[in-house]
Design a protein around this ligand. Structure first.
Ligand code: ADP
Ligand code: MG
Length: 729
């Protein structure tokens, strides 16, 4: 009856590491081998075309359609030399993955044969049949089809025999149907706003760059065990399973020796990632058994987002080759840590200044403080929205469970930065700032020694922590597209910087010195955003009460948190920064609610199915075995003694009867709750009903199943157990 589980365990235990042959070249040599990067552009494009394209990439110049044919020809030549036969526009629809539709280069030659062709037109724009991608009704509202358009700022790359062209995906009337289009607009907004503020300090700055360094956490599970767990296969997480006697309590996995099969997987993944230009740097075991992390060096945010999407899909592919399935779900297993994707974020200039890092002069440090405080202003003003940007049906399991930041956004700054903010806020203005005749101005901002990582990195409970020269947004989910968080963060900071500049300029216009004006506004903002600053323990109950007092968003329900996108302040921010319009936000929220509902719907079905056709049959089968045994005992010893000797079995028979009937009743309730919720038309109301009345029915069922797992004979249990999923590798 149970052979699948035991076959899977046997198969998984026998598996040997797959040999990975290292390339003969050094990593620095094969890095970017499959990317049409600048070196290749230089080699394959006429020099005038190259210059124009670089101007588009570096300075956001308008793409001149007349160069598109030449660029396409250069790309095609490079692609041919690499055995490429197909091309695809590669984009990021509002599902969590990426989308691609491959087309061969071939065209009719008009003489009955074929020619291979790739023109500028095909490079620049395509019209994928978009009807199956979520759009939240935008397309029906605007009666427009979606099209994908080339993003020249993210380089084209090769996967197998296909040339992949990163694109945005928008409707004909310009509404974003993807993550990349609003991300590019947000990055443009923050560039403009930050460059303007930079000019107070550094007049030669032409451009500000948003940087992102993500850290991808994931689990690996043997593929045979995975195949024997329908819940993992269909929902990405285990909907049942008693905790393993041993899991992460010994802390023996974190940074431990990487298991051999996993090491081979990582090596393979890294080689392929490096070839695709993803600068993978760190790999290690994470806290939970079979949990790992991969982190590249930070890059410009748009590129970093593409690279993360690419890495996630690469991981899935490479894992299969090594007999694994990769789990990107934020909470695949109950009772042990889930997975996140820390987003290390900062702004820097084209002149090489890290704006979130301290500098050598008092002016530098004033600039440092401006960027820290205005980031906090953005995060404070839009803390609920920022939470909405990382919220999902899956990440909801992780946030607020004592391992990940709570479902409240706050920022940890550490003692040094906190002290400086205090000093600026409280010191006498005359002491802080002075105009000293010919010498110019003096600004009394204390020297900032190289900020110690120890000091800033210690607080692991903060969702948005300052870590020396960047902020680390830790609440982002492992499965998410980082763009969602990056759109909100960059837009919020763009708005804060824009607003800051306006107020400073108003004071300067009255004849005030610019540094004096900056200090005035800074002092006022330090007070305003103080509620977002929290260096204490984010896991404590007191923090929830305190955060409420401070007016921070403490809502826990995922579908309700999505409402923050439609707050007046959010719409105003997105519209004024040119990132998204109200109709786009509304449409996207429809998609969020629908996705939420669908995920829960699938989970509810799987839970129901497994309960009825795995758990209850197995439990009753075991129960019959026990009953048979009791009968035999009574035959042998007579009714009375036989019963007495069968006390334990009788107890279990009863327990199984009780538990299975609770499960059955639970599943019935679950089905009924779903039926009621399914009748609701409105996407938001439906998602709320799923949250309030459907999801709440999962845990009581699971509880009984997990208890049954403890009493039913191991040999009969069909689903691979936690200890097998977590320790076989
Ligand atoms: P952790 O201790 O959190 O694991 P790491 O030193 O491994 O931190 O860095 C995590 C990520 O942060 C890496 O991708 C790294 O390149 C990135 N990072 C470092 N400095 C910055 C910065 N100034 N801006 C953005 N990302 C950064
Ligand atoms: Mg980190």
């Amino acid at each position: 009856m149970t052979s699948l589980r035991f076959d899977a365990v046997a198969e998984a235990s026998r598996r040997k590491p797959v040999e990975v042959i290292s390339p003969v070249e050094r990593p620095s040599e094969f890095f970017g081998k499959k990317v049409f990067n600048r070196q290749k552009m230089y080699k394959y494009l006429p020099s005038k075309v190259y210059d124009k394209l670089i101007d588009v990439i570096d300075n956001g110049a308008q793409l001149d359609r007349s160069i598109a044919d030449a660029v396409a020809a250069g790309m095609k030549q490079w692609a041919d030399e690499n055995g490429v036969t197909h091309y695809t526009h590669w984009f990021q629809p509002l599902t969590e993955g990426t989308a691609e539709k491959h087309d061969a280069f071939i065209e009719h030659d008009g003489k009955g044969g074929m020619i291979e062709e790739f023109s500028g037109k095909l490079l620049v724009q395509q019209e994928p049949d978009a009807s199956s991608f979520p759009s939240g009704g935008i397309r029906s509202t605007f009666e427009a089809r979606g099209y994908s358009a080339w993003d020249p700022t993210s380089p084209v790359f090769i996967i197998d025999d296909t040339l992949c062209i990163p694109t945005i995906f928008i409707s004909y009337t310009g509404e974003a149907l993807d993550y990349k289009a609003p991300l590019l607009r947000a990055l443009h907004a923050v560039n403009v706003a930050a460059t303007d503020v930079c000019h107070y300090f550094y007049p030669d700055v032409k451009k500000c760059i948003s940087n992102l360094g993500w850290e991808q956490e994931y689990f690996l599970v043997d593929e045979d065990l995975y195949a024997a767990r329908p819940d993992l296969m269909l929902t990405g997480r285990t909907l049942m399973g008693h905790s393993s006697a041993k899991d992460q309590q010994m802390d023996d996995h974190y940074f431990g020796t990487i298991p051999e099969r996993v090491q081979a997987f990582m090596k393979d993944l890294e080689i392929q990632a490096l070839e695709l230009g993803i600068p993978c740097k760190t790999r290690h075991n994470e806290v939970a058994p079979n949990q790992f992390e991969c982190a590249p060096i930070f890059e410009e945010t748009n590129l970093a987002v593409d690279h993360n999407m690419l890495l996630m899909s690469l991981m899935k592919k490479v894992a299969r080759k090594h007999g694994f399935q990769v789990l990107l779900h934020e909470k695949p297993f109950d009772g042990i840590n889930g997975s996140g994707k820390h987003n290390n974020w900062s702004l820097s200039t084209d002149t090489g200044i890290l704006l979130h890092g301290p500098g050598k002069t008092p002016e530098d440090n004033l600039r440092f403080m401006v960027f820290i405080v205005e980031t906090l202003m953005g995060v404070y003003k839009h803390n609920g929205l920022l939470k909405a940007s990382i919220m999902s049906a899956t990440n909801a399991h992780r946030l607020g469970a004592n391992e990940a930041p709570p479902a409240i956004i706050s920022s940890f700054l550490g003692k040094q930065v906190s002290d400086i903010l205090d000093h600026i806020e409280k010191a006498d203005k005359k002491d802080l700032f002075n105009i000293k005749g010919k010498e110019g101005v003096t600004i009394d901002i204390p020297e900032i020694p190289d900020i110690m990582r120890d000091n800033t990195d210690r607080n692991r409970t903060s969702p948005f922590a300052f870590t020396g020269n960047r902020f680390e947004f830790r609440a982002v989910g492992s499965e998410a597209n980082c763009a969602s968080a990056m759109i909100v963060l960059n837009t919020a900071v763009a708005e804060a910087l824009t607003d800051f500049k306006k107020r400073v300029d108003a004071i300067i216009a009255k004849g005030e010195d610019k540094f004096s004006a900056i200090i005035d506004v800074l002092r006022s903002d330090i007070k305003t955003c103080a509620p977002i600053h929290f260096d204490g323990n984010g896991y404590s109950d007191e923090w929830v009460a305190e955060a409420e007092k401070r007016g921070l968003d403490t809502e826990k329900s995922c579908p309700v948190i999505f409402d923050r996108y439609l707050d007046d302040a959010s719409i105003k921010m997105f519209e004024s920064m040119g990132v998204m319009k109200e109709n786009e936000l509304k449409a996207r929220n429809e998609v969020k609610w629908e996705t939420y509902t669908k995920k829960l719907q699938i989970e509810a079905r799987v839970l129901g199915d497994l309960s009825m056709n795995h758990i209850i049959p197995v439990a009753t089968h075991y129960q019959s075995q026990l009953a048979k045994n009791v009968e035999n005992m009574m035959d042998i010893f007579g009714a009375e003694e036989g019963k007495k000797l069968s006390e334990r079995n009788l107890k279990i028979i009863k327990e199984i009867a009780e538990r299975t009937s609770i499960i059955e009743k639970g599943v019935e309730d679950l089905v009924n709750a779903r039926k009621v919720a399914n009748k609701i038309e409105d996407a938001r109301e439906k998602a709320v009903a799923y949250h309030d009345t459907v999801e709440s029915k999962f845990q009581p069922i699971r509880y009984q199943i997990d208890k049954l797992e403890l009493v039913v004979a191991d040999e009969l249990w069909t689903l691979p157990k936690y200890r097998e999923l977590l320790f076989i590798r």
